[in-house]
Ligand binder design. Sequence first.
Ligand SMILES: [Zn+2]
Length: 196
Amino acid sequence: MIRMSRGLPASAIREPQRELSGPHWCDRFPGDRTTATLRQPFRRGVIAFITALERAGAHVSIASTHRPIERAYLMRCAWDVFHHKARPGNLPRLPGVDIEWVHPTPEASWEACRAMYERYSLRHKPSLTSRHIEGRAIDMAVVWGGTITVQDANGRKVSLSTAQGTDMNPELHQVGATYGVIKLVSDPPHWSDDGR
Ligand SMILES: [Zn+2]
């Protein structure tokens, strides 16, 4: 049989090899927990704020700083499929992430996303426009005992008690703001350069 062929042979236009979704993807594109990946001038403000808190006797533990867009994409897709907000076959593609969301059966596709969802310990819907992706946000816990005196960025000494808890203390948030580190009150560990 003679066939006329036009353009590229089929083998050249085949889709790139994609790897099926599953929890093994979760270790790739890791998030960061250091201030080194934060963007300036936010990084400077965060370091100064944390330094002031530690000098005052508070304990600060950082859970997350920069999150690569690839990680946010994987988290969000897993979230959407797990909650039946999207079909695996309709998920968007992200260049550089050759993941195949469609398994041989719908059950297997959903199960792979469920396993990713659990591995990521997702509790909130992951944002694709999060300040973390831009290096403009930090998740941290701030804890202290009794009353401490923290110096804000203007040199003012502010006394912080534990009466209202530590992380959600409005005076702590005011001190952070002087350093350009703004609290997002609806998301307890989250601070950013604009409160989003
Ligand atoms: Zn956050």
